[in-house]
Design a binder for this molecule. Structure first.
Ligand code: 13P
Length: 340
């Protein structure tokens, strides 16, 4: 294991102003996104869409890394350049989603466990050959009433995340460790904080037991936020304060960066929350983004699958990247959404 290499890649990903584009939707997930713009989810349409994102002028100022799905890592631009090579040539680090999705946890109705550890060592070796320098694994924690998630589901997911992280580091690939507490539900922000705290506590115990070098990982958590169906939504300031409070308690200062997922927040909310945290103070870790929907939803809505909309969609994508770059420094404000 080359610890210096792990640290340097992790550090480059959370460089000032920069964050990650999560473009690693599995084929069933991107189909859902394409359904919303009435576009058929063919391999060529997925390729065209990813090419639109990856060739947008100027995004390298704000995007340090892109997470790809297996199929995308093997695809090329229309000029025949492999996407990993195209991104690297622009100074953007290619990464790869390696988990195989969350499945029902046997005998624990309502809980899930993420699969994909079998054969992972061999898959990582191949992904490295194809140009990936970092990886992602997403554990999924659902909140439902007082009994879900179970303590066992949190432990099982933390254990799988730590086994994945150790295998990545063995291969000199930076693991993005993602314990996502879902925000779809009626729970309030306090319940989210309790569950997120328990999950992080489990996670760091397992990372330590698996001898994972914390200086060579990135953490991708949810923000501490009320569920989408909660009847009393928390303010931007409340989300920022609760999130920072929870992270300070449970995340080691050795971790170089925290790259939030957007989890179903609107593009504007995700930017606003990140900005509020960075405006509030400085922290032992960089606070950055690894957004999927919050970077892409407005782009898809503008593109609609049409060549004639590519330039307009790229303009919107660049702007979202730029606004999140400003949020990295606490220099964003909501009025900027109106500016061109
Ligand atoms: P969202 O930002 O849409 O939550 O996606 C990020 C991600 O990669 C989830 O695994």
């Amino acid at each position: 294991m080359d610890v210096d290499k792990l640290k340097s890649v992790a550090g480059a990903i959370v460089a000032q102003q920069k964050g990650i584009l999560a473009a690693d939707e599995s084929n069933p997930t991107i189909k859902k996104r394409f359904d919303s713009i009435k576009l058929e989810a063919t391999e060529e349409n997925r390729r065209r869409y990813r090419e639109l994102l990856f060739t947008t002028d100027g995004i390298e100022r704000y995007i340090s890394g892109v997470i790809l799905f297996d199929e995308t890592l093997r695809q090329r631009s229309r000029d025949g350049v492999p996407f990993a090579e195209l991104l690297s040539s622009r100074g953007i680090i290619p990464g790869i989603k390696v988990d195989k999705g969350a499945k029902a946890l046997a005998l624990y109705p309502g809980d899930t466990i993420t699969e994909g550890l079998d054969g992972l060592r061999e898959r990582l070796a191949e992904y490295k050959q194809l140009g990936a320098k970092f990886a992602k694994w997403r554990g999924v924690i659902q909140i439902d009433g007082h009994d879900i998630p179970s303590a066992y589901a949190m432990h099982a997911n933390a254990h799988a995340l730590a086994r994945y992280a150790a295998l990545c580091q063995e291969a000199d690939i930076v693991p993005i460790v993602e314990p996502e507490v879902l925000m779809d539900g009626i729970q309030d922000i306090d319940r989210c904080e309790v569950v997120t705290s328990q999950m992080l506590e489990n996670l760091f115990a397992e990372l330590s037991a698996h001898r994972v070098i914390l200086e060579g990982i990135l953490l991708k958590p949810n923000m501490v936020i009320d569920g989408m169906k909660c009847t009393h939504p928390a303010s931007v300031r409340h989300v920022a304060e609760a999130t920072v409070h929870c992270l300070k308690r449970y995340v080691s200062a050795a971790v170089p960066g925290i790259v939030f997922l957007s989890g179903g927040q609107s593009a504007e909310d995700a930017t606003d929350h990140l900005n509020a945290m960075n405006a509030m103070g400085s922290y032992p870790w960089q606070l950055s983004f690894s957004y999927g929907r919050a970077l892409q939803a407005p782009v898809l809505a503008t593109w609609k699958g049409k060549e004639s909309n590519v330039a307009a969609a790229q303009e919107i994508f660049f702007r979202r990247c730029q606004l999140n770059g400003l949020a990295r420094e606490g220099k964003y404000n909501r009025a900027m959404e109106m500016d061109k």
